[in-house]
Design a protein around this ligand. Sequence first.
Ligand code: THU
Length: 161
Amino acid sequence: MIKKEIPFVVEIYASSEALNIADAALLASARATISSAYAPYSNFKVGASARLIDGNIVTGTNQENASYPVGICAERVLLSAVASQFKGAGITSMAISYDNLNGKSNHPISPCGICRQSLVEYEDRTHQPMRIILSGLQGEVYIIEKAQQLLPLIFSLMDMK
Ligand code: THU
């Protein structure tokens, strides 16, 4: 038996003011799009913004439904929009932010497991590492160099071959 450690590296910034201009702008875009979320059931609004390889910025928000499982997270709304409108385009960075029940979100959001699976597959299929920028409306910002880090030992197309 051997034990193998799988590294997970996260950069931690005190606030968005410590980011470079491009990352700060993408996070500002994610924060700004939160108001488009449709979350009357959870009142937890999420905004995501992607910078594509060609510089285009695309946004997405969570969209809930009276039939709860029908709801979709902001990250997957965004990935679907990019895949549909910019076929095959790599995403270089995605910023994700949220507004919680008290309206003062101040710690980085953590994407759900289904979204992690989707993010990694998008990264794989476009052969473009996707930096993930996580934050609330204020406070610390986490940056992860590629989505794949979010889900070690992922089940992927490779496993089916
Ligand atoms: N949600 C997202 O949109 N992204 C995440 O990373 C976490 C959760 C949404 C799903 C649901 O509409 C609400 O937040 C509460 O779970």
